[in-house]
Design a protein around this ligand. Structure first.
Ligand code: SF4
Ligand code: SF4
Length: 178
């Protein structure tokens, strides 16, 4: 008897919810005239951001490329005279990207970031292959303060390699060989 009453109660609750929505004012958003502001952490088009001092954040470490489940990131690394690495070229194939955000999670320098911008439809699929010049932006994105080179990587006025804030001495890779 109790279970029958519970079933009737659940049914009544369901119908009440439906009934309530029958008289609700419809919400119509006239897209594209009105574009609803999306949360800053929405995952859509990817950009390569810059340090607060304007330098390129990407150090071409390949971590984003390794983390990407659909292998849509490729690049070639290069090194400046001061030892700072950068991506000679950097490419993302947005025709394959599933906007999972794993590249952003993997990036040690906060360079690669997903943005809420999603309007990228193209008839020509090759136009969805973005090069570094398409990806590189003139701001720091969501992480406005972070500067990787304050913590690691090159000789700067702050100090030698291993002398930066929270940085350990460089590992001698040959001493790690078996
Ligand atoms: S969002 Fe996901 S699928 Fe897209 S590039 Fe990053 S890791 Fe690859
Ligand atoms: S975007 Fe980040 S993870 Fe990818 S290569 Fe550059 S520094 Fe490494």
């Amino acid at each position: 008897m109790k279970s029958a009453l519970e079933a009737i109660g659940a049914l009544a609750t369901g119908f009440a919810t439906t009934f309530k929505h029958l008289f609700r004012k419809p919400i119509t958003e006239e897209y594209p005239e009105y574009r609803r502001p999306l949360p800053e952490r929405s995952r859509a088009v990817i950009v390569l951001t810059r340090d607060p001092d304007g330098g390129e954040r990407c150090v071409a470490c390949y971590l984003c490329s390794a983390a990407c489940p659909v292998s849509c990131i490729s690049m070639q690394s290069a090194e400046r005279e001061d030892g700072r690495r950068y991506a000679r070229w950097f490419r993302i194939n947005f025709a394959r990207c599933i906007y999972c955000g794993l590249c952003e999670e993997a990036c040690p320098t906060s360079a690669i970031q997903l943005t809420p911008y999603f309007e990228t439809c193209e008839r020509d699929i090759l136009k969805l292959v973005y090069e570094k010049e398409d990806l590189l932006v003139e701001h720091s994105g969501k992480d406005k303060e972070y500067n990787f080179y304050k913590y690691a990587g090159v000789v700067t006025e702050v100090g030698d390699k291993g002398a930066h804030e929270r940085e350990e001495k460089p590992v001698k890779i040959k001493s790690n060989l078996p």
